[in-house]
Write a protein that binds this ligand. Structure first.
Ligand code: ADP
Ligand code: GLC
Length: 497
């Protein structure tokens, strides 16, 4: 067997410690899956104010206290603490950067929960975090073979490792995963570059359209770049609008770019063992799913009607997720015999529209504003259908959770949705969901109507549900693909290339 690797996985959010979306789930499931493959994997994230030390069993580490870190002309101090992430099989060490002004005193991850606005010092916060990652490796005397960074928040780790700390990390390979190109970490060129403390020679690698762009640093400095689905990978290479022009820069590095579809953690997301749902069930005991449906609609103050399909959405409330389409389609949609339950938080105007619409259709629509991990599991278990009309979707995890829970996804054909959901064919009985191509409300309505038509035919619906439930979307396959990438790039170094 090949020798296990030492891997540091760095992300701005990791379930269950901190989560706003899918990155947290990936930064949990993938490291644990890599640990299952015997690697020495550790993870690192900032300790935001909302994270409880007691609940997450966070401890101090003697060697990692009061580490001086300069942000421009200001000296701040990081104290790195220890926690862990676990699943039923295994455990992974987690390092967490604490610092009062940047993290402990701020409850939100990226935005102020009071105003919804991004924190004004997000550049400093993630420069500080990146530098704390370097210091942690140095002070622990643990120089991993692979450092895997994710999205713009952690991309600067790559820049530091290939400039100021090049000598120390000369044997370390860097992988950068793009989960979402629509957030690039764009700041004022002069001010923020000064704060990074990077040498002038690095400027070109961080500069994009006369701004400082953290995501570009990841693309330029990583040894290998990945993204989270094949179709999104094509968009990243070819769509200047989606990438704000970074596609050209990525294209130049096409030979070291690999799309790898996300997996889901099947110790957490499986209706057979899920403790967060009302009644557990399997492919063979699907009737028990009905108890979850009843509990779900009641939670949303709707009447339980066994024959009425329940459609769920759990989502960050942002334009990306297709709320524009929902808005256009709402009045026609509610002419159908359906109930819709939506859980989400985000843009205030979307929140308001959802609440107003739920008031307008009190028997058909239930809305909860907020973040509720427990409820999200019941929503997968209790719904018949799951709607993701995304404008774009790098991968998407909920359609895969939906397969596992026998909730049939209705999605727009984009990114990872296109790669995982396939239109059900009445003739062959193949397919696992309903897919529409154009970002048009009429097309979305049409897909919903196709789903409703099949729903009426109980036996066929059951077949469709079973098609999805029978699929394997676990990390088993994709974690091996990441392992292949790690081994390949380490091999390149060994060959002296
Ligand atoms: P994205 O990362 O773009 O938000 P994904 O589909 O990859 O989309 O992942 C979203 C993750 O966040 C899923 O685990 C989903 O259940 C969860 N999620 C999103 N909004 C909420 C919410 N309001 N409450 C609980 N879970 C949520
Ligand atoms: C991003 C994307 C989402 C993806 C997730 C995890 O937040 O929006 O599509 O599933 O990252 O990779």
């Amino acid at each position: 067997m090949a020798k296990p690797l030492s891997i540091l996985f760095v992300a701005s959010e990791i379930y269950p410690i901190a989560k706003t979306g899918g990155v947290a789930d990936v930064a949990y499931g993938l490291p644990l899956a890599l640990r299952d493959l015997e690697h020495d994997v550790r993870v690192m994230l900032p300790k935001y104010g909302a994270i409880s030390e007691r609940k997450n069993k966070i401890h101090e580490i003697n060697r990692l206290k009061d580490i001086p870190i300069d942000i421009g002309d200001v000296r701040e101090f990081a104290t790195v603490k220890s926690s862990s992430i676990v699943n039923t099989r295994t455990k992974v060490q987690a390092y967490m950067t604490t610092n009062k002004p940047y993290f402990d005193s701020k409850w939100g991850l990226y935005n102020d929960p009071e105003t919804g606005e991004e924190y004004a010092d997000n550049d400093e916060r993630f420069i500080f975090f990146a530098r704390s990652v370097i210091q942690t490796c140095t002070l622990l005397g643990w120089i991993p073979q692979v450092v895997h960074v994710n999205d713009w928040h952690t991309a600067l780790v790559a820049a530091y490792m290939r400039t100021i700390y090049a000598q120390q990390f000369k044997n370390t390979k860097i992988v950068f995963t793009i989960h979402n190109v629509s957030n690039q970490g764009v700041f004022s060129l002069k001010d923020t570059f000064h704060k990074t403390g990077l040498p002038e020679s690095a400027l070109e690698n961080l500069k994009h359209k006369n701004k400082l762009n953290f995501l570009k640093a990841g693309i330029m400095y990583a040894d290998h770049i990945t993204t989270v689905s094949k179709t999104y990978g094509e968009q990243l290479l070819n769509d200047p609008k989606l990438t704000d022009g970074l596609n050209a820069i990525l294209k130049a590095r096409k030979d070291v770019f690999t799309p790898i579809i996300n997996g889901i953690d099947t110790t957490l997301w499986t209706p057979e063992k899920d403790k967060l749902i009302t009644k557990r069930y399997t492919l063979d005991t699907l009737d028990k799913k009905e108890d979850n449906k009843e509990a779900l609609v009641k939670k949303f103050d709707l009447d339980y009607k066994p024959e009425t399909p329940v459609i769920a959405m759990i989502s960050r409330l942002v334009e990306q997720k297709g709320f524009g389409l929902l808005k256009q389609a709402a009045d026609k949609l509610f002419k159908e015999n359906i109930q819709i339950v939506i859980l989400g938080e985000g843009d205030k105007d979307i929140e308001e529209w959802l609440q107003a619409t739920a008031k307008k259709y009190p028997e058909k629509m239930g809305v909860k504003i907020g973040f509720d991990e427990n409820l999200s599991h019941l929503m997968e278990a209790g719904s018949d259908m799951y709607l993701m009309p995304s404008l774009f979707e790098p991968c998407g995890l909920n359609q895969m959770y939906s397969f596992a829970y026998g909730s049939v996804p209705i999605v727009r054909a984009t990114g990872g949705l296109q790669d995982t959901v396939h239109e059900f064919d009445m003739a062959t009985k193949k397919g696992n969901g309903f897919v529409f191509e154009e970002y048009k409300s009429a097309d979305m309505l049409d897909a919903v109507e196709r789903a409703l038509a099949v729903y009426k035919d109980k036996a066929t619906w059951r077949k469709l549900v079973k098609n999805g439930m029978g699929e394997d979307h676990s990390w088993n396959n994709s974690s091996k693909k990441y392992e292949d990438v790690y081994r390949k790039i380490l091999q390149t170094q060994a060959n002296g290339k």
